[in-house]
Design a protein around this ligand. Sequence first.
Ligand code: RAM
Length: 516
Amino acid sequence: MNAAWIDTAKNLKPHLFRTQKLPVAVSTRLPCSNTFQGWKMDLLRDLGVEETFILETSCDLILEFKNLTVGYVRFEVCSFEGILDSPIHIEIVAGERPLEIAQPFDPHEGILSRTWLQDETITIDRLPFFVCVQRRLAFVYLKLRLNDCGPQSKVLIRNLRCDEVSSVPNVDDSFLDKTIPKWMQQLCEVSLRTLRLCMQDVFEDGPKRDRRLWLGDLRLQALANSVSFKNYDLVKRCLYLFAGFQREDGTVPACIYDKSDFQAGGEFILDYSVLFGSTLLDYTLHSGDESAARQLWPVACEQIRFALQFLDESNVFQDPGNLWIFIDWNDRLHKQSAMHAILIYGISQVIELANLLGKEVPEFIVHRDCMRRAAREHLRDRKTACYFSGPDRQISWATQAWMILADVSEGQEAHDLWKALELTSENAILPNSPYLYHFVVEAMIKSNQISLARDLLQNYWGGMISNGATTFWEVYNPSDPMLSPYGNAMVNSYCHAWSCTPIYFIHKYPQLVSEG
Ligand code: RAM
């Protein structure tokens, strides 16, 4: 642990901006087999500005906000009819998706805590009463229910609002280019909202869950931030946090908690750690501030050195089996070859950082070149022309994408790799998360497959929008609506950091627009 670096991070604490958001509609939920996840919200009536609602015993009032919002809900409860015979219970349920409003939370299933689901019960003894929900909520829908009211069967709800919070002010239209196709504008708008709502005291992965700083998510958030809000101090703060919590063996933790004081999570993720240097390089290039890179440079090198111990005598990465290699949320994915390529990529990025800082890293150059040769020699299937992973020679999108990003596959061969992948499509393992899809799009652009990249942006991220998203999701597999890494789609995060990069692609690569 490096207390001075953690202090640097603490001193970069951002100001939180507040914006008031009001509900726009009263809705009801209906089961609907042809909507994603099986529920839809039906409009009962649109709302004006200062609406008052009557809440009746055991009847749900479902309020809908225009877009997903993150913040503090408050409202007044006033008497309407009768005497307040006994205390009132008002139950509040907040949901990012109709699913959370439509289905009961209990009995709770899955591997994560029930407490991530957003519900509260408020007890009221006297009216009028001002409710300020203490917990910061992330939601589109808010369900209120009046319970145990005694003879008093109705109350009034007044002035309901959410004080939205973020470390960047409310989305400003100036980031949106009105000359690009409508669907791209929508992707940009949803990307910006996703990013902005994840920008709190640190870059959070998801404002509903985990509300934590994760190294892999940070990298993609920082990219989207570089073409939009340009809040480089927040990126710097997060980099110093990871570096400040460096462990005995030189590695950085995969995540940081921001609860009472900062604390490092116990998790270590090898692919995240290897990309620390890449995030540092991006920060330096985007912000123009070299001083952080000069200080944190040794940390970037240590991540690479740690990972290099897992190369075998042929310079092929071997999974030691006791480390978390993430790549994507997919139990079927064989990760060894993608990890091999990520390590090459990570080394290349550290070499680029070295060049920028005027440092020499000859041993990294040797490793990078040997590992590229090893991949071509040992991990490429001559018959299919694809790169494979493991004894069963598994072919996946993850492995192909990372081999291109690592410059193992280049030029025409990289361009043709996508065709080869399509030909093996029956067996190839597809991505499940926008995190891996990000690298797939990046690899498609790099190998000059512009229309493939554009189609993927339109169909995958655009698909979430067609399914009602106003912010992008943690996982999305169009053919598996209830997919959840945690065994319960209700705890999935539907405003998730790592999915916010369409705006980055659209700004960074004008050919996505011009070659339309
Ligand atoms: C989850 C979160 C986070 C991700 C890790 C690996 O807990 O979704 O975004 O980085 O997994």
